[in-house]
Design a protein around this ligand. Structure first.
Ligand code: NHR
Ligand code: GAR
Length: 200
């Protein structure tokens, strides 16, 4: 069995897209893969309720309860470790997860830690990507699925999707259009990873 642990901080719409794709695409049958848990660093994340509605166990690891980034990442690692099984790959899938992770964490899960970022990386790493793309006068924007390394938003690119920027766009309208693309490419990119590691 390949376990998937999804990390969220907020609405969880990418998480829902993944949960739906896993059901519809029969990930358990085809890849021996299952979403084992959803972990949020915020107790009030809307995505937690949605995960529960899908029958997925949820956990909260509150970053504010930890004195340092090291302490938070250690607690998060311990929580994820509860869903790891020896000899079975565990994927850690960041879906709107908003805490920068320490090198100790990214190395612990290297090659199995995936993120979706709302820009065409390497353009606009970090926060407020849509506003920055508008201010730069970009005619195209998009989203990137990438492996997470210690260097913020600079790990190997797995998939991208492109959207035109309209003259009438605000950061919100652009974000909504890009988000719809995220929901398409993230499950697809994950399925490709799972297929590569499926028992055969
Ligand atoms: N950590 C590492 N080491 N490498 C990456 O590539 C990471 C990462 C952690 C998160 C996601 C990223 C994004 O897709 C991500 C990639 C949060 C921030 C941030 O500055 C930046 C980039 C991303 C996520 N967070 C603030 C912080 O102090 C908190 C902001 C908030 O809570 O709203 O951690 O965009
Ligand atoms: C998504 O657009 C995701 O790419 C972005 O936040 C949104 C989360 O939405 N991620 C980041 O900005 C990471 N810093 P969701 O919670 O509905 O999936």
């Amino acid at each position: 069995m390949q376990n998937i642990v999804i990390l969220i901080s907020g609405a969880g719409s990418n998480m829902v897209a993944i949960l739906r794709a896993a059901q519809r695409g029969q990930w358990e049958q085809r890849y021996g893969a299952k979403v084992a848990a959803v972990i949020s660093n915020r107790a009030d994340a809307k995505g937690l309720e949605l995960a529960a509605q899908h029958g997925v166990p949820t956990q909260v690891v509150d970053h504010r309860a930890h004195a340092s980034r090291d302490a938070f990442d250690h607690a998060l690692t311990q929580c994820i470790a509860g869903y790891e099984a020896p000899g079975h790959p565990t994927w850690v899938v960041m879906a709107g997860f908003m805490r920068v992770l320490t090198p100790a964490f990214t190395e612990r899960f290297a090659g199995r830690l995936v993120n979706i970022h709302p820009s065409l990386l390497p353009a606009f790493p970090g926060l407020h990507t849509h506003q920055r793309a508008l201010e730069a006068g970009c005619k195209f924007a998009g989203a990137t699925v990438h492996l997470v390394t210690a260097d913020l938003d600079q790990g190997p690119i797995l998939a991208q999707a492109v959207s035109p920027v309209l003259a009438t766009d605000t950061a919100d309208t652009l974000a909504a259009r890009v988000l719809a693309l995220e929901h398409q490419i993230y499950p697809r990119a994950l399925a490709a990873l799972l297929a590569q590691h499926a028992p055969r």
